[in-house]
Design a protein around this ligand. Structure first.
Ligand code: FAD
Length: 314
């Protein structure tokens, strides 16, 4: 069984699916059933975001990110990547989180700084960055973990400049990151430019675009605001004109994502797609089906299945 960084570089397009952990213990069974359904589509790996709140004691709870990633691995038997942030913890605490991840059999990490509290971004209070965590992983765990780093096609909002952010990304790769997944973006060109700039800066590892199909007018505006991203005017204009028609917005979002992903895959600039599912099934599955990456396409084309419908046995 090859490690995921080897499979990513194999040249065959694939996709990965990102989820956030369920909030309640009751939600866990439901969540795993849903993931099991996604698994049928053939993702190369599942990906679980990091949410511990401010209470490190939560780490052992069944709804913690580590527990959910371990459950995905054990129950769904698909490679799983766990996000982990380091800014809000002392170094020793992060080492404990890493140790637990190793004990749970998790092999893949997305090493992150994490967002700083909005009114409290004094770097002396939160000294650690993703770069520190990547170094700790390599120092204390050798090559046990495959490490992914985050990349920002428009530059991270706190970075002194776009160029400085790319230089910093290069440091993360030099410290041991095996591949990169990007923040979401809205136009193929944004990703193409970013990859070209990374390559010019000497970053040679795979760079996977993070894709979030626009699913609703309100949610994409919220996400853009939180991530400090500007939605391009032509997209915003279209969204404004259909904002009261949820179905039209979803369809438009799928259309945009399919067009963008097709261009990125066809030109080879993207080795694969990382889907921000927001724990919703519909849009990501539609996009992957349209691109021919979802494995069960043939089942859906059978005459008794209404377009966009579900397999009757599910
Ligand atoms: P870093 O790579 O550490 O960079 C932080 C900032 O510091 C950047 O502006 C960088 O340019 C600057 N910087 C660092 N070192 C230097 C230096 N030496 N010189 C100059 N500048 C420097 N958040 C969560 O809480 N949970 C998640 O699960 C999660 N998943 C994510 C997944 C992806 C793919 C992405 C893109 C983001 C995710 N985030 C998540 C959000 C992330 O935590 C925030 O974007 C956070 O603000 C930055 O984290 P980072 O690891 O990317 O930062």
């Amino acid at each position: 069984h090859k490690r995921i960084e080897k499979r990513i570089s194999s040249g065959t397009p694939f996709f990965s699916l990102e989820f956030f952990p369920p909030k309640t213990a009751n939600g866990v069974a439901n969540f795993l059933t849903r993931i099991d359904r996604y698994r049928d589509g053939g993702p190369m790996f599942l990906d679980i975001t990091w949410h511990l709140g401010s209470d490190p004691a939560n780490i052992e709870k069944e709804t913690s990110s580590s527990s959910i990633a371990a459950a995905c691995l054990a129950y769904c038997r698909v490679d799983t990547m766990l996000h982990m942030t380091c800014a809000q913890y002392p170094k020793e605490q992060t080492l404990k989180h890493l140790q637990l991840a190793q004990n749970l059999g998790i092999r893949n990490l997305l090493a992150l700084r994490g967002d700083l509290p909005i009114n409290d971004s004094d770097p002396s209070i939160y000294p650690y960055r993703a770069l520190d965590m990547i170094r700790w992983v390599r120092t204390h765990f050798g090559n046990y973990f495959t490490v992914c780093a985050s990349g920002y096609p428009k530059g991270h909002p706190e970075a002194p400049s776009y160029a400085a952010d790319i230089a910093y990304l290069k440091m993360k790769v030099d410290a041991g990151a095996d591949f990169i997944i990007t923040q979401l973006f809205f136009e193929a060109e944004t990703f193409e430019t970013f990859v070209a700039d990374c390559r010019a800066a000497g970053i040679t590892v795979p760079i996977i675009p993070g894709i979030m199909p626009i699913a609703s007018y309100d949610s994409i505006r919220r996400v853009a605001e939180l991530s400090k991203l500007t939605i391009p005017k032509h997209i915003m204009d279209t969204l404004e004109s259909i904002r009261h028609d949820d179905e039209a917005v979803t369809k438009y979002g799928i259309h945009l994502a399919v067009e963008m992903c097709r261009r990125l895959l066809d030109s080879g600039v993207a080795p694969s797609l990382h889907m921000y599912t927001m724990n919703r099934e519909h849009s990501c599955r539609e996009v992957l089906q349209a691109l021919g990456l979802w494995q069960h396409e043939s089942i859906r084309s059978l005459p008794w299945l209404p377009h966009g419908g579900h397999h009757p046995l599910r």
